[in-house]
Design a protein around this ligand. Structure first.
Ligand SMILES: *Cc1c(COP(=O)(O)O)cnc(C)c1O
Length: 407
């Protein structure tokens, strides 16, 4: 018999979303008439914009003609799209040949692990998007889980006390640092000063930052950096992972990109970009050409206008939720809402409750599903994540119910 990859045995079960779904199902079974509303999902709900949908439909139709047909494209992505991303988002910061088109950020986060030695220490924000650590465990870059989390992983608590920016001094030299801004789940968006600290730390200590900017399109405060490359020195220490998922509602279409600057080097002086090019050409065969046609449309003038409106819709949802959650019933109970208006997630602290207890209370009394903060890491205990992805009428109804809740 064949030996199992020991990484899978090391993986602690991912209880969060299956457990949320289970509790919802059980409640619905007991209360068949309850109209449950989910503010728990990190999935987009509104349709693709007309301009983008048309570009993809036109491209797909063209594939059915002799002149419009194309097979495999470049594994690194359509040159026009790489150039467009470089021009629209990274002017003066990254070139088209440093941009690699993919089938999404999660897939890039999984593939990026192949670049580094198995003994590379890992540092990750706590709470965090689960893929950074779970992906590392699967490939054997992190070991078994103990009391303090997985072996080989340094957890960086991000709490209200440190304004959701971690103490970097606990990171070991020569670490891989996963950093997500705007953050899922806390919604915190790092300032220029904070990212300067992060980049300076990485450059001084031989670290590489994997910067997840999947929510950059939600940033509305013009002073906040939308890409790590706005920070001088980042081209020497950072890979950026990005996506059309939250920018243009491509969660089901699947399209993302990574940026690997040519100045990024391994300990032996070799080029990270060259190995990444090898990974993408060997283990990946290019993103869907239909999706890439949609990506191009999303970044032209009309597409940018439309996607801004699309993101604004979710930001308006978030504003309505913030109003409801800062009502007297909540503020009198000491509930704290952390939300700056630059992400789709509200991070809400309930002083008298554990995450799962307040999750159950809100499910039972409001028929509203949220996400327990503790599921994203120990520093999330006592918090709930409220997601602004939803239809307006559902958000309005959920807010009405929440405003009557006694906490
Ligand atoms: C949704 C999300 C992504 C996007 O993943 P895709 O695979 O591109 O859909 C990446 N990072 C974080 C933190 C996310 O929440």
């Amino acid at each position: 018999m064949i030996e199992r990859n020991s990484g899978f045995g090391n993986l602690a079960a991912g209880y969060l979303f299956p457990e949320v779904a289970k509790r919802r199902r059980e409640y619905q079974a007991k209360h068949p008439d309850a109209k449950i509303i989910s503010l728990g999902i990190g999935n987009t709900t509104e349709p693709l914009t007309p301009h983008i949908a048309k570009a993809m439909a036109d491209y797909a139709r063209g594939l059915g003609t002799a002149s419009g047909y194309s097979g495999y494209g470049d594994e690194q992505g359509n040159t026009e799209l790489r150039e467009k991303i470089a021009e629209v988002l990274y002017k003066g910061m990254a070139n088209a040949d440093e941009i690699f088109i993919s089938d999404g950020a999660k897939c890039d986060i999984a593939r990026v692990q192949t670049l580094f030695g198995r003994k590379t220490p890992i540092a990750v924000q706590d709470p965090a998007y689960p893929v950074y650590v779970d992906g590392s465990v699967i490939v054997g870059a992190a070991g078994k889980a103990g009391k303090k989390g997985y072996k080989g992983v340094t957890y960086l608590p991000c709490t209200a006390e440190n304004k959701f920016f971690p103490d970097l001094s606990v990171i070991q030299p020569n670490s891989l640092i996963y950093f997500c801004s705007p953050n899922n789940p806390t919604g915190a968006t790092a300032t220029k000063e904070q990212l300067k600290k992060l980049v300076a730390f990485a450059n001084k200590n031989g670290c590489i930052i994997i910067f997840d900017a999947a929510y950059y399109a939600f940033i509305r405060n013009p002073a906040l950096p939308k890409t790590i490359y706005e920070i001088p020195g980042a081209r020497k220490c950072a890979i950026e992972i990005n996506s059309f998922s939250k920018l243009a509602g491509f969660t089901g279409v699947r399209l993302g990109w990574s940026v690997v600057p040519s100045s990024l080097k391994f300990a032996d002086g070799s080029s990270v970009r060259a190995d990444w090019n090898r990974v993408m050409t060997t283990l990946f065969n290019g993103a869907s050409n239909i999706a890439q046609a949609g990506g191009l449309a999303a970044l032209d003038e009309v597409g940018r206008k439309e996607t801004k409106q699309l993101v604004d819709y979710y930001l308006e949802n978030a504003k309505l939720m913030k109003e409801a959650l800062t009502g007297k019933n909540f503020s009198d109970a000491g509930v704290k809402v952390y939300y700056t208006g630059d992400s789709p997630y509200l991070w809400v602290y309930f002083p008298k409750y554990k995450s799962w207890d307040i999750f159950d209370k809100i499910l039972n009394e409001c028929n509203v599903v949220t996400t327990p903060g503790s599921g994203f890491g120990p520093a999330g205990e006592g918090y709930l994540r409220f997601s602004a992805f939803g239809h307006r009428k559902d958000v309005n109804e959920a807010c009405k119910r929440l405003s009557k809740l006694k906490v």
